[in-house]
Write a protein that binds this ligand. Structure first.
Ligand code: DQQ
Length: 504
């Protein structure tokens, strides 16, 4: 529908039409980045899930390929659900994925490329002995899904995790296999956290303590930490923890139990779910994909004929402290607050939080200040992306990074929350911001990605040429200087592969 067609993004990955959700089995093979995704070929709402497939040379421009896998066997009749890729030592690929079977029981299945000499990996074969795993005793039939990429143990076996729950405790089950045909379930859990509910799309990978590059999933030396990420079905956010993987005990132990998996840090404090990383052996980096749903109404999705985009792929690195990774803009901004302001400012605001604050119009001594994105000239529509420094009565400073959607659109059927969280700022660091704006999505990274917020916004006036960018400072007791670099982004090509029909 042409009324809403401006909402289609121009350099974020999305199918030509209909519904998309989780990223599946991302990988780099013979010169191509492959991206698979949960896809409903029939409607712009979740259902009839199959695997969409696209390839890229640069993770920005894409060719859509035919569906990789459809629901054509009893073991995946109700849906070809999320899965992950593993590279075998000979360079071949295996894909483990969840099938919702004819009875809607969740089972794990094995698939592999029909022809490893095809760089596009167009045809996929499902193993004749599928399913390879069914829910084990004690696990309910609808609580067993989303196998991770497998990693090698020191004995040379493959090990991987599957998300589940036991009562209200979120758990990650662990399996070993030598050949992806016979599997051994290991006792206990990789991790279990009370009260977090069903763990979807578990991801588990090493990060280097010493190097600025990503690591293959099997690397496990004294120089690594491990990251465990879970997608909380009840809460619809992706949470991670940094810690240590104990191979012998088959457990992951977070560095700080108060920021355990599912209760501590999020990948992103806005709209972002079911993320999955892969090791990009082409550029020695670990790349993170994440599904960005809509935050308008289902009626609007039906009208526009599509729903969801994927985030711009993000690099994952261990931060020096903890962890680090416009209508079409890429903005880099740095803010400097006059030194005396911190001392002089009156303290009080100890209990500040983005979501319960009044947003960017609520003035404090040391904030808010930042950018107004996708704003029209009269500011009747605007999405502020900003910092807010709270000074306690004890004089302590705390910096927050927020995204205020309350005035993002004059439309009434859209989410108008204020998103955000604390952002740690190290001594000597300026406040820095990177913002990707693409029609109806704003991806914002503070302090190099230490805190990230993704928003879907639906302006009706601040569109195309009427969309403007402004700087603002609403702090009552601080002068702020800003330096800005702004790139106008071209549209990427994201097209059908010539001569191939994407028939389901
Ligand atoms: N989406 C898939 C499941 C997964 C969920 C089904 C997460 O495998 O648990 O489309 O968004």
């Amino acid at each position: 529908n042409s009324m809403l067609s401006w909402q289609r993004t121009a350099f974020h990955f999305q199918p030509e039409r209909n519904w998309m959700n989780d990223p599946n089995g991302p990988l780099f093979y013979k010169g191509w980045y492959h991206f698979f995704y949960q896809y409903n070929p029939h409607a712009p709402v979740w259902g009839d899930i199959v695997w969409g497939h696209a390839v890229s040379k640069d993770l920005i421009h894409w060719l859509h390929l035919p569906l990789a896998m459809v629901a054509d066997h009893t073991y995946d009749k109700s849906g070809v659900w999320t899965g992950s890729a593993t590279f075998l030592p000979d360079g071949k690929i295996v894909m483990l994925y969840t099938g919702s079977n004819a009875q809607a029981v969740q089972v794990q299945n094995l698939a592999y490329p029909a022809d490893h000499s095809d760089p596009l990996l167009i045809n996929w074969v499902k193993y004749s002995g599928n399913p390879v795993l069914v829910p084990p005793p004690g696990i309910l039939s609808k609580d067993f899904r989303d196998p991770t990429t497998a990693w090698l143990t020191s004995e040379g076996k493959w090990r991987f995790a599957i998300g589940s729950k036991v009562n209200k405790t979120g758990v990650a089950l662990v399996y070993d296999t030598k050949d992806f045909i016979n599997y051994e379930k290991l006792d206990g859990f990789l991790r279990a956290v009370d009260g977090t509910g069903m763990w979807e799309c578990v991801d588990f990978f090493p990060v280097s303590k010493t190097e600025e590059n990503g690591l293959d999933t099997s690397v496990n030396t004294p120089d690594v930490k491990h990251v465990m990420k879970v997608s909380l079905d009840d809460d619809r956010h992706d949470y991670y923890a940094v810690g240590t993987y104990h191979e012998k005990n088959v457990t992951f132990v977070p560095d700080d139990p108060t920021i355990d998996v599912g209760i501590g840090l999020r990948y992103d404090y806005g709209v972002y779910y079911a993320a999955k990383t892969f090791y990009d052996q082409n550029k020695n980096r670990r790349v993170l994909w994440g599904w960005i749903g809509e935050s308008d109404s289902e009626a609007a999705d039906l009208q526009k004929g599509w729903a969801s985009v994927q985030s711009i792929p993000r690099t994952v690195l261990l931060d020096k402290k903890t962890v680090g990774p416009a209508t079409q803009l890429d903005i880099i901004a740095e803010f400097k607050i006059e030194n005396e302001a911190f001392e002089k400012a009156t303290g009080s605001n100890v209990s500040f939080s983005c979501s319960s604050s009044g947003g960017a119009k609520e003035r404090g001594a040391l904030g808010p200040f930042g950018l107004l994105v996708l704003a029209d000239d009269s500011l009747s529509e605007q999405t502020p992306v900003y910092f807010y420094i709270a000074k306690g009565s004890d004089g302590n400073l705390k910096t927050f990074f927020c995204n205020d959607q309350s005035r993002s659109s004059v439309a009434s059927d859209v989410n108008k929350q204020i998103y955000g969280s604390m952002v740690p700022v190290l001594k000597g660091e300026n406040l820095s911001l990177r913002v990707l704006v693409d029609h109806s999505i704003i991806e914002s990274f503070a302090q190099g990605g230490r805190t990230v917020i993704t928003s879907r916004v639906y302006p009706t006036r601040a569109i195309y040429g009427a969309a403007k960018l402004f700087l603002f400072n609403n702090a009552t007791e601080a002068g702020v200087s800003a330096s800005l670099k702004i790139w106008q982004m071209n549209s990427a090509f994201i097209r059908p592969y010539p001569h191939l029909d994407n028939k389901s």
